[in-house]
Design a protein around this ligand. Structure first.
Ligand SMILES: [Zn+2]
Length: 282
């Protein structure tokens, strides 16, 4: 049986780091953000930009993904280009995801696969379709997440709203969300402890943890540019502390407050409550 580990967090919360660290353990493969093999119009760009960590080239120029392609063609008469992993048609959704995960299992030799797509709806679809999928909720300080988005030309106010709304969607649709949770800051500072926590949870008790992910070739599609690094040193950026103005920090913390409570009704209540103070920006 294939097990899928699925980080749930907004972008720039450390899911690539988690995937690289976990994917370096025996029996686990971090394949990247697999939603890029979707026909969803908003994902087309991601497929073109989703470079493989091995050579910074598109999946079509990578020997690992070439083997995946061959497997798909031989066993399913499919190609990576024809895959529709977010298909509206349930039969097609099951077949195409099954084909992709089986191909990754066959080529990598690992039966635990990390899909770093992060998209909540994809998690829900896969679970509903019967895949054995385990959520890992990852939290990074909201100010740090907002700053990472702002640096890439997003509006801080929009991202400050997006942050709690992401976890609200998780609270609404993932009942076992609290089983595996971790803070990005703790993962970066104590990677061994956090990786051990996940391995224990999934029942891999005899694995000798190896955190030096950069020393062997791996094929992580899309994600943080750290996947191209040639050494495994983890650097936590504290840049936001000097860059994010105090007033912004206040609003970000206020909007993110329900994430601490993590009840769907409270997210809902808080959204309406803060509108009373923030209506000027609407
Ligand atoms: Zn590659």
């Amino acid at each position: 049986m294939i097990t899928i580990l699925y980080p749930l967090c907004p972008s720039y919360s450390g899911s690539t780091l988690l995937s690289l660290l976990l994917g370096n353990q025996k029996g686990i493969y971090g394949a990247g953000e697999l939603f890029i093999f979707s026909k969803h119009p908003s994902r087309v760009d991601a497929l073109q930009k989703g470079r493989c960590s091995c050579n910074k080239l598109a999946y079509s120029s990578c020997p690992f993904w070439e083997k995946i392609e061959r497997y798909l063609t031989e066993h399913y008469q499919l190609t990576l280009k024809t895959l529709s992993v977010e298909s509206e048609n349930e039969e097609e959704l099951i077949l195409h995801n099954k084909a992709l995960f089986q191909a990754i299992q066959s080529v990598s030799g690992c039966s635990i696969i990390i899909d770093s797509s992060k998209i909540v709806s994809r998690f829900v679809q896969l679970r509903k379709a019967g895949f054995h999928i385990i959520p890992i909720r990852l939290f990074r300080k909201p100010q740090a997440v907002v700053h990472s988005w702002t640096k890439r030309d997003h509006d801080w106010w929009d991202v400050a709203h997006y942050y709690p709304s992401f976890y609200k969607a998780v609270a609404q649709s993932v009942a076992d969300r609290n089983m595996l949770t971790m803070r990005y800051e703790k993962l970066a500072n104590q990677p061994k402890v956090m990786v051990q926590k996940i391995l224990d949870f999934i029942g891999l008790h005899d694995v000798v943890i190896d955190l030096d992910w950069a020393k062997k070739p791996y094929h992580h599609l899309k994600g943080n540019p750290m996947r191209f690094h040639k050494n495994s040193k983890i650097k936590v950026s504290e840049e936001w502390q000097s860059e994010v103005p105090l007033s912004q920090r206040f609003w970000i913390a206020l909007l993110a407050f329900p994430v601490k409570v993590d009840r769907y009704w409270f997210y809902y209540f808080w959204e309406r409550f803060v509108v009373l103070f923030t209506w000027k920006r609407y």
